[in-house]
Design a protein around this ligand. Structure first.
Ligand code: TRP
Length: 329
């Protein structure tokens, strides 16, 4: 089976767009590939500096990943900081990548420009080295990523090739793959932008933990347009099409088929709200159970950490041996 790695940063809440667009595919993919899913808390440290925040976010994200259906017997779900080999290999990666290469990373340029007067950690700059370690540690063949991460996979390939060239065949050279197309969920208030928790208000963003009331309300207030014609036409009718797309993702019927069934926006909005509430209900129940049972959650994460470490230690040993670092005994 192909080894596939995807990672997610524990920075705040998961929303419907994350779920329908990506997480749901992680769940359906766990039988098709040998899937590793890392919660990359050390990456979040590049921009977080208050105590306790990352740990809490990590716990909640882990609970959500298991609640949506990731199964520790089939997929390896682990927390990055539980596998110290990430930090260890990261240094080796830093010594295999050049200052110039890191300087050309558009994500660093964007993020550091946006932080302007803020503290810009060196970690924000060396971030791709840690990401390369994440990937190479697991001999990942495929890394499903969006366009914003392609450059990071490219640099990981360059690092792997350079290391293999310097020290002999050690790392599997990964490739970026386009994740299976999930639903493209747009902001309910601004249907031309992707749903995002960093939008100015959360009115257009359905959080996975929103109550049924909140979900219904947000759909009721969703932006449509001044006509009242239900057709699936993302370009000219982004608001209505987004509702149809969400309803389609919940029911499995094609958006254009669904469109034929409505004459007004009101019923479409309320059906959409209901469908989402029903989709979220069992997830929310399992999520709450897990958060109330920290013992179980930590048991599940230990299974993942143990599996991840077994692979990671082997790869790190291989890399140290290839370099010819003096073995401790
Ligand atoms: N940089 C990725 C992001 O911001 C997260 C990430 C860290 C990652 N390590 C990874 C993604 C390894 C894929 C593989 O989304």
């Amino acid at each position: 089976m192909t080894r596939v790695l995807s990672c997610i940063q524990p920075t705040g809440e998961v929303h419907l767009g994350n779920y329908l667009g990506a997480l749901r595919n992680w769940v359906s993919g766990q039988d098709r590939a040998d899937a590793f899913h890392g919660i990359v808390d050390l990456h979040a440290l590049t921009v977080v500096d208050s105590p306790g925040v990352i740990g809490d976010d990590t716990l909640r994200l882990a609970a959500m990943l298991f609640a949506v259906g990731l199964d520790p017997d089939r997929a390896t779900v682990f927390v990055q900081s539980h596998v110290p080999e990430h930090s260890q290999l990261s240094w080796v990666m830093e010594c295999t990548v050049s200052f110039g290469e890191l300087s050309r990373m558009t994500q660093f340029k964007d993020k550091s420009a946006r932080r302007e007067q803020d503290f810009i950690s060196a970690g924000l700059f060396t971030y791709p080295a840690l990401q390369a370690a994440d990937i190479l540690l697991y001999d990942a063949e495929e890394v499903p990523v969006g366009d914003d991460q392609r450059q990071h996979i490219e640099i990981t390939r360059d690092i792997a090739l350079r290391f293999n060239h310097r020290f002999g065949e050690t790392f599997v050279v990964p490739r970026a793959v386009t994740p299976p197309a999930g639903a493209r969920v747009m902001d309910l208030q601004e249907p031309t932008s992707k749903m995002s928790k960093s939008a100015t208000t959360l009115a257009g963003c359905i959080l996975m933990t929103d109550t049924a009331d909140m979900v219904a309300k947000k759909f009721k207030r969703a932006v449509t347009d001044s006509e009242s014609l239900v057709v699936y036409d993302p370009e000219h009718k982004p608001g209505v099409s987004n509702l149809l797309e969400i309803l389609s993702a919940c029911t499995g019927e094609a958006p254009s088929d669904l469109a034929g069934r409505y004459e007004q926006y009101g019923p479409l909005k309320s059906d959409c709200g209901h469908a989402v509430i029903e989709t979220l209900a069992p997830i929310q129940e399992r999520y709450r159970e897990l958060l109330d049972d920290r013992g179980e959650l930590s048991r599940l994460l230990t299974i993942g950490a143990d599996k991840a470490r077994r692979v990671a230690t082997t790869t790190l040993d291989r890399a140290y041996a290839a370099i010819g670092l003096l073995p401790p005994r």
